[in-house]
Design a binder for this molecule. Structure first.
Ligand SMILES: C[S@@+](CC[C@H](N)C(=O)[O-])C[C@H]1O[C@@H](n2cnc3c(N)ncnc32)[C@H](O)[C@@H]1O
Length: 280
């Protein structure tokens, strides 16, 4: 069963396109832009997965994750989509759980991993209500999420952060990507709210949610500052690092019994930041 929330519409629409007999390359040409913003009639699944491989490598380096023993780890990826980065994770980790709000994406994710990764290491998990992970406490060693929490309503995003910490073993690592405020949000945020309201209008709305321009206005459903997230979860974490773009400042005012390191980093989008921390 799929949820009926407006901010899930673009995923449902892209999921419907993926849920047919199109070839994997055609799915990337039709819907690949919802994952990596690339469009074109010549795109292939291979090129699409290559972008995920590079980003996995890049973020392991930028976010100082090189010391993690991926080979003996179970990794949960929240918002796996059709497996752009999941293949790379299955090639590195003992086990991977790919979780997504859209079940058709998960089916395509299995196909992607079967071609480019290790299908014997993959399980999938449908996040039916967009906020609860049907996994036991202390199940995984690493929880990773990229360009996904920004697409959830704030309370859903914060609940997914709670859930990520709940299912990650003590001593395990959470690596979570968020979007925060930039100047252009003065226009983008009200436009996004207006667009999501339009998506709810019958007949017109679902059609509108198919268009790339409309989707790009409406699908970012929150801006979360590090303080907002940390206020909820810092007591459950240690070795907290906040990575953000060198092109901006990002203050953390919250004081925690464990020092919070704020690390300006190259090659992070100025509107993004990452929470990397150990679960206590
Ligand atoms: C921009 S895509 C990124 C996918 C993947 N991380 C990548 O980089 O290719 C966002 C993904 O998050 C999923 N998503 C959105 N809201 C979600 C939620 N509440 N719970 C789980 N997945 C969600 C969407 O279906 C989509 O696959």
């Amino acid at each position: 069963m799929q949820t009926k929330r407006a901010h899930h519409l673009p995923w449902r629409r892209a999921g419907n396109l993926a849920d047919n007999n199109l070839s994997a390359d055609d799915v990337v040409r039709e819907t690949g832009w919802v994952f990596n913003n690339e469009t074109g009639n010549d795109l292939t699944l291979k090129e699409f997965v290559d972008t995920g491989d590079k980003e996995v490598q890049r973020y392991i380096r930028l976010l100082e994750l090189g010391n993690i023993n991926f080979e003996s780890s179970t990794l949960l990826e929240i918002g796996s989509g059709i497996g752009r980065m999941t293949s790379a994770f299955t090639n590195r980790c003992e086990k991977v759980i790919a979780a997504d709000v859209d079940s058709a994406f998960l089916e395509r994710c299995r196909q992607t991993v079967a071609r480019f990764g290790r299908i014997d290491r993959l399980n999938t998990l449908h996040v039916v209500n967009g906020r609860t992970l049907a996994l036991n406490d202390n199940t995984v060693d690493i929880t990773f999420s990229y360009i996904t929490l920004q697409h959830c309503q704030p309370h859903d995003a914060l609940e997914l952060v709670n859930q990520a910490i709940r299912v990650t073993k003590s001593g395990g690592t959470v690596v979570l990507n968020f979007r925060t405020w930039v100047l252009s949000d003065v226009l983008l945020v009200p436009l996004g709210i207006a667009m999501r309201s339009l998506w709810k209008v019958s007949i017109v709305g679902p059609r509108l949610a198919r268009w790339r321009w409309s989707t790009r206005f409406g699908w970012q459903a929150n801006r979360l500052k590090p303080d907002t997230v940390l206020a909820k979860v810092a007591p459950q974490l240690s070795d907290i690092k906040i990575f953000h773009s060198k092109k901006r400042t990002l203050k953390v005012f919250l004081s925690s019994k464990n020092a919070i390191k704020v690390i300006p980093t190259n090659r992070i989008n100025p509107s993004h930041w990452w929470l990397v921390a150990q679960v206590s």
